[in-house]
Design a protein around this ligand. Structure first.
Ligand code: BGC
Length: 331
C-alpha cells in the first residue's frame, strides 16, 4: 500500500523538483538583474536640469550684447573627461602670467563680453597641497567658460574649531567691499568639477552644484544635501541672511542653509548627474560634531538673527596672491 502510494507520488515529486529548479533560477535571475541594473548604480535619483537646458536656467549678470560670450554646452559625458593634475609644478606667478590672471586671482575674457560675474569663496585651513591642485585646475576650467570671476581664499586663524559657514559669510562680506558681485559660489577646495558643461554661474534658484561626487559613488546621498559646492545669487543669499555663524566643527551648516532656503520658499536646483560630477581630493575624514543636531533642531528660530546680519570677525591679514585673494580671519 505504502509502495503503491509512493509510486503514485513519484511523477509529481519529479515534476515539482523540475519546476522548483526553474522557478528558483528565475527568481535568482530577477534578483541579480534588479541588483545589477538598479538605477542607483548608474545615476542619482533627483530632479535635475538637463545639459541642453542649462543656458536657459542660468541668471545673467550682464545685459546681452552683440559681442556677448557664448556658453558652450558640449554634451560631455562626465567623469571620464577631466582629472586634476595631482602634482602641479608650475609656479603660481608663471601660471598667472601665462593665463593673464590679475593679482588676487581675477580674470575676465577679452575677446567677448562676459555674461556672468562670479565671486568664488573657498574656506581654508591647513590644506596647502589641495589648494595648489585646486588653483592649478580651476583657473583654466573657469576661463574655458568665459566667466568674469575672482577667487577668494578665506583662511581661519588657529585655535577655534573650523567654521566653514562663517568663513563663507566673511568671504561674502569682504567680496562685496571690493565689487558688486552678482553671484557667489561657495566651494570646498577638495572638490574638482569633472565636466566643463558644469557652468560656474548662478541659476535662477540656488544650486547645489556637487550633486554627483565620486566618494558617494556619484549618487546624491539625500535630497536635502547642500554641501560641497553651491551657487547662489547675491540677492537670494541676502534674502536668507547668509549662512549661520554658529556651526563650529564638522557638519550641519549646509543642512541649516538648505532649511533657510526652504523657509523662504526657494527650491534648490541641480544639474544632471553626469554634468554635476566631482572628484574629491582625498584627506583624513574629520570627526563630525555631535552638537550639530541640537543646532539644526533650533536653527529656524535663528534664521533672521544669525547670519550676515550679526556677523562679527577680524581680518588679521590679507594679500593679493597670484592666483587668489588671501584673507586670514579670526572668527
Ligand atoms: C552633515 C552635512 C554633510 C553631509 C554629507 C551630514 O550628516 O550634517 O554637513 O554635508 O552629512 O557628508
Amino acid at each position: 500500500m505504502t509502495n503503491n502510494f509512493l509510486n503514485f507520488l513519484k511523477p509529481f515529486i519529479v515534476l515539482f523538483y523540475g519546476y522548483a529548479r526553474i522557478i528558483s533560477c528565475i527568481l535568482i535571475s530577477i534578483f541579480l538583474l534588479s541588483y545589477c541594473l538598479h538605477p542607483d548604480r548608474f545615476a542619482s535619483h533627483y530632479n535635475y536640469v538637463k545639459a541642453e537646458n542649462i543656458p536657459d536656467e542660468l541668471e545673467k549678470s550682464y545685459e546681452q550684447r552683440d559681442n556677448s560670450c557664448t556658453i558652450k554646452i558640449n554634451g560631455n559625458r562626465g567623469s571620464d573627461i577631466l582629472y586634476p593634475n595631482k602634482y602641479p609644478h608650475e609656479d603660481p606667478s608663471v601660471m598667472a602670467r601665462r593665463l593673464g590672471i590679475l593679482p588676487g586671482g581675477q580674470w575676465k575674457p577679452h575677446n567677448c563680453y562676459p555674461q556672468f560675474n562670479v565671486a568664488i569663496i573657498l574656506p581654508y585651513r591647513n590644506r596647502d597641497i589641495q589648494l595648489a591642485i585646486f588653483m592649478n585646475y580651476i583657473h583654466p576650467f573657469l576661463q574655458l567658460q568665459n566667466l568674469d570671476y575672482k577667487i577668494f581664499v578665506i583662511e581661519q586663524s588657529p585655535m577655534r574649531e573650523f567654521n566653514r559657514a562663517k568663513l563663507f559669510n566673511v568671504g561674502y562680506k569682504e567680496a562685496t567691499k571690493i565689487s558688486n558681485f552678482h553671484c557667489f559660489i561657495f566651494h570646498d577646495i577638495d572638490l574638482i568639477p569633472q565636466n566643463p558643461d558644469n557652468i560656474y554661474a548662478c541659476s535662477k534658484m540656488p544650486r547645489h552644484m556637487s550633486s554627483s561626487v565620486n566618494t558617494f559613488r556619484y549618487n546624491l546621498p539625500y535630497t536635502g544635501l547642500f554641501g560641497g559646492a553651491t551657487a547662489i545669487t547675491r540677492k537670494l543669499f541676502e534674502k536668507v541672511n547668509g549662512f549661520s555663524n554658529v556651526y563650529y566643527g564638522w557638519g550641519g551648516e549646509d543642512d541649516d542653509m538648505y532649511s533657510r532656503l526652504r523657509n523662504k520658499g526657494l527650491e534648490v536646483t541641480r544639474f544632471a548627474p553626469n554634468v554635476a560630477q566631482y572628484y574629491m581630493l582625498t584627506h583624513k575624514k574629520e570627526t563630525p560634531s555631535s552638537a550639530r543636531y541640537e543646532r539644526l533642531h533650533s536653527g529656524e528660530q535663528r534664521f533672521d538673527t544669525d547670519g550676515i546680519s550679526n556677523l562679527e570677525y577680524k581680518v588679521l591679514d590679507h594679500e593679493l596672491r597670484p592666483l587668489y585673494l588671501w584673507i586670514l580671519a579670526d572668527v
